[in-house]
Design a protein around this ligand. Structure first.
Ligand code: MRU
Length: 341
């Protein structure tokens, strides 16, 4: 049984046939590992943000499919394939916006579809191999995003980030924070301002936890303070992640990203989106076609407060993401380089 993820966010434990994750809803107060085995546990972990961030959701879902496959009692491929189709559909309904979820599940489905003559035991092995491959590839890809993005950071820079697109949002390194980690590794002095990121506080809880643990100089600000720090010239660049990038480069990311992009444009601060190629969705022409997840209003009115702070009867509107128009984005950093569309 895994008792230490050694700096990684999740792992498919092939020996125990479970998905081990660091429960992000408990951070920064408690570092608790969860061992997920049933489809419902895996679905809930994604839905309830125990594992979150586009790339991490993808790798977790792929591992989830492998775990569910290995637990199958089906004796022939017809029964097995039917079970897996249902499991993949179920996991795909956990969250709608991050395209990496559908990309990862598509890769697992492709293993099943492209090996019709493999027996049940053989296909289980192939699915486990694919889940492990995706885990390893995520680490490699994020490292490359970091190396490419570090070129955009000069010694002494302060960058602003929104939400958490750090190591917790991937297997390791992160996307938006990977350039920070690599710049620091290269000996550059780099400071980070982290938006707290209402309503679920991914910035204050998660980004700050992982950066402070890594020894990076980090300052948390409320979301509505970004204009103030930019106006004072305190920010050299903005680095954010992405959940889905449409064919015209409109980009969905955590709610609040759009306003940071508008501010960055206003103050002449470069605005960089860091994401793996798997986040680019060529089948969605523009941002209007990106499904935006709506979440429970209680995340605004009750969570994080000792008692409900908004009056009974008030309505809530709680979109989890917004779409930044491509013209506000200076460049995209991927594993293959820097794109300036
Ligand atoms: O709702 P979350 O916490 O899953 O939202 C995460 C984000 O918006 C991240 O910025 C995005 O997934 C990129 S993660 C590398």
């Amino acid at each position: 049984m895994i008792t230490n993820l050694n700096g990684e966010t999740l792992r498919f434990d092939r020996d125990e046939n479970c998905l081990c994750i660091l429960d992000q809803t408990k951070l920064p107060c408690e570092e608790k590992l969860l061992y997920l085995t049933s489809p419902e546990e895996i679905f809930d972990a994604i839905k309830l943000l125990k594992v979150r961030g586009a790339p991490a959701i993808g790798v977790a879902a792929a591992a989830g499919v492998a775990v569910i496959a290995n637990n199958s009692k089906a004796s022939d491929r017809t029964g097995f394939d039917r079970e897996m189709e249902a499991a993949i559909k179920y996991l795909a309904s956990s969250r709608p916006t991050a395209v990496n979820l559908f990309w990862a599940l598509g890769r697992m489905k492709n293993i099943i579809d492209s090996n019709p003559s493999a027996g049940v035991e053989e296909i289980k092995k192939l699915l486990s191999d694919e889940a492990e491959r995706m885990h390893a590839q995520d680490i490699e890809i994020c490292r490359k995003i970091g190396e490419n993005g570090a070129q955009l950071i000069s010694d002494g820079d302060t960058v602003l980030t929104h939400c958490n697109a750090g190591r917790l949002a991937t297997v390791k390194y992160g996307t938006a924070l990977a350039p920070v980690y690599i710049a620091a590794e290269q000996g550059k002095s780099v400071k980070v301002f982290s938006d707290e990121t209402r309503p679920l506080l991914q910035g204050a809880r998660l980004t700050c936890w992982e950066l402070v643990s890594a020894g990076i100089d980090t300052t948390v600000i409320c979301d509505n303070m970004a204009a103030s720090v930019m106006a004072k010239g305190m920010i050299n660049a903005v680095f954010v992640g992405a959940d889905r990038i449409a064919a015209n480069y409109d980009t969905a990311n955590k709610i609040g990203t759009y306003s940071v992009a508008v501010l960055a444009k206003h103050f002449g601060v470069p605005f960089y989106v860091c994401a793996p190629e798997s986040t680019f969705d060529k089948s969605t022409p523009d941002g209007a076609g990106i499904p935006v997840e709506q979440r429970a209003g209680e995340e605004i009115t009750e969570m994080w407060y000792e008692k409900r702070m908004a009056p009974d009867g008030v309505k809530t509107y709680n979109p989890a993401f917004d779409v930044t128009p491509h013209e506000l984005i200076t460049a995209f950093v991927t594993e293959n380089g820097i794109i300036r569309p």
